[in-house]
Design a protein around this ligand. Structure first.
Ligand SMILES: Cc1cc2nc3c(=O)[nH]c(=O)nc-3n(C[C@H](O)[C@H](O)[C@H](O)COP(=O)(O)OP(=O)(O)OC[C@H]3O[C@@H](n4cnc5c(N)ncnc54)[C@H](O)[C@@H]3O)c2cc1C
Ligand SMILES: NC(=O)c1ccc[n+]([C@@H]2O[C@H](COP(=O)([O-])OP(=O)(O)OC[C@H]3O[C@@H](n4cnc5c(N)ncnc54)[C@H](O)[C@@H]3O)[C@@H](O)[C@H]2O)c1
Length: 454
């Protein structure tokens, strides 16, 4: 049987772009269908514009912090449309780069929504295309719970194109997107309430990190309300009236729901072709990213594993090795470093203290919190936190956690050390970089041992 393409990819996001362009550069005839902009969530409505907004937001502290260093500025002011539109120009520049990345190895880009017709056929805008293999990399989309008035809320996708910034906003959720946007909005001058239904933000992170970060968000001026959930929302003349489950009402200019993301599989014909999915619509794959239909593969957020860009990219590379070198995929999902770009940032890699305890491991924990040097002259009260978890059985460092400036940058290097199996003795024998916050990780002494009741 001959097909038009060796590989047809649905979705030109983090995973789909990498798989398409590398497969084409290795000699496959490849097409990719994209229903929106090249680059996917990360480039257009995720990591990249989000980080640009974080930078924009952080400038709000500069004038205040610089005073103690001798600087004075006229009263600062902020123009939302300048930030929003400069961000959009930068994203459009990146879209062009992605177009070139795909064009140069000869990937054919097809505009439109891809839908499976059978195990080897995809339909896009009324035309059908056949391929020996189909890769589904359609990502995920925001999930909003079914509450009365859900039509009055926005999701992260909308935050990048708001016409105006509200003066007062409610952010609902307690994960990455909720805390990142609560801090972005606060820095941009919005009065922010962050409502989370659970008893602490950032489920899944180390408990001390969660408590410390939450305190720092409060210090920043975010009104963090735990054990709080919304029962309904109504709108009058643009003002959103939110009724909370305890019966209390409050008005906001904007309500952002950041309550998780679900795989983008509602309308791609999976059931018709026999591709198995989980309850949430995630495509079930084996270790080589092959679905229940052998010619159809899936990577990235659509499999609802770990929703991070570098994970989608690594999965694409692992799948290419499987196809081209015949090597079974051995991707190691342990010790994936990650950062939350809140203010302050969080960086984390390896096990939390809670994870290690629940595995019954014999551990010791070093931790410290301190005022970073930059905050001394500025008078900024913000503090940093660092924590190292060590396995007593073999002295290996099995977890590192930071809340503070540059956490995302610092954790990348610690990720390498932990991946390489570094012990506490290796950390101790490493010469610190002085004066930095990161040097705390190589100078933890017995004085920093956490008293644990175990
Ligand atoms: C606000 C936000 C901030 C984030 N920040 C970070 C961060 O800082 N760091 C990080 O690592 N991760 C971050 N993420 C997560 C990251 O964006 C995703 O994990 C990553 O983009 C997943 O890549 P993917 O290839 O699976 O899917 P995506 O990048 O989502 O790409 C899927 C593509 O498929 C297209 N598509 C969907 N359906 C179809 C169809 N039927 N036909 C054709 N095309 C289709 C979509 O338009 C999209 O372009 C963030 C996510 C969000 C929402
Ligand atoms: N810096 C980064 O790397 C980064 C940034 C943003 C997003 N992401 C990725 O995108 C994913 C999605 O982000 P997210 O913040 O939407 O999801 P998340 O899973 O991190 O957080 C979702 C939050 O919504 C809450 N929630 C879920 N259902 C709810 C309901 N019915 N009512 C009230 N609250 C509810 C959850 O308890 C949780 O706190 C993340 O898990 C992450 O993998 C990464």
């Amino acid at each position: 049987m001959s097909y038009q393409y060796d590989l047809f990819v649905i979705g030109a996001g983090s995973g789909g772009v990498r798989a398409s362009r590398v497969a084409a550069s290795k000699g496959y005839k490849v097409a990719v269908a994209e229903s929106s902009a090249l680059g996917g969530t990360c480039v257009n409505i995720g990591c990249v514009p989000k980080k640009l907004f974080v930078y924009g937001s952080e400038f709000s502290h500069v004038a205040q912090d610089a005073k103690g260093y001798g600087w004075s500025f006229p009263e600062p002011s902020f123009d939302w449309k300048t930030l929003r539109d400069n961000k959009t120009k930068e994203i459009e520049r990146l879209n062009g780069i992605y177009g070139n990345l795909l064009a140069s190895p000869g990937v054919e880009v097809i505009d439109g929504h891809g839908k499976l017709v059978d195990a080897h056929t995809v339909e896009v805008a009324g035309k059908t295309y056949t391929a020996e293999r189909i890769l589904i990399a359609v990502g995920a989309t925001p999930f909003v719970p079914d509450i009365p008035g859900k039509e009055h809320v926005v999701v992260s996708d909308n935050m990048f194109y708001l016409e105006e910034l509200p003066s007062k906003a409610l952010v609902v959720g307690g994960g990455y997107i909720a805390v990142e946007f609560a801090c972005i909005l606060k820095g941009l001058g919005v009065d922010v309430t962050l409502a989370y239904r659970g008893d602490q933000l950032l489920r899944g992170f180390d408990s001390d990190v969660r408590a410390f970060a939450s305190q720092e968000y409060i210090r920043l001026g975010v009104d963090v309300r735990l054990n709080t959930d919304v029962s309904s929302i109504s709108e009058d003349d643009g003002i959103k009236r939110v009724t909370f489950k305890d019966g209390y009402d409050e008005d906001f200019g904007l309500v952002l729901y950041a309550t998780g993301r679900v795989p983008n599989t509602a309308s791609i014909g999976l059931a018709d072709v026999g591709v198995d999915t989980s309850g949430k619509g995630a495509i079930k794959v084996n270790r080589n990213y092959q679905s229940s239909v052998p010619s159809i593969y899936a990577i990235g957020d659509v499999t609802d594993n770990i929703q991070l860009t570098p994970v989608a990219i690594k999965e694409a590379m692992a799948l290419l090795d499987y196809w081209f070198e015949g090597r079974d995929v051995q991707l190691d999902y342990d010790n994936i470093p990650t950062a939350v770009f809140s203010q302050p940032q969080i960086g984390t890699v390896g096990l939390s203290e809670d994870d290690a305890d629940s595995k019954g491991m014999d551990i010791r924990v070093y931790q410290t919190d301190f005022k970073a040097m930059k905050n001394t002259l500025s008078g900024n009260e913000g503090r940093s936190f660092m924590k190292l978890i060590v396995n007593n059985e073999n002295d290996k460092v099995i977890g590192a956690h930071i809340v503070g400036d540059y956490a995302g940058e610092i954790i990348q290097g610690l990720g390498i050390a932990i991946k390489a199996g570094a012990t506490k003795a290796h950390f101790d024998s490493t010469v610190g970089v002085h004066p930095t916050s990161a040097e705390e990780f190589v100078t933890f002494s017995a004085n920093a041992l956490k008293q644990r009741n175990r």
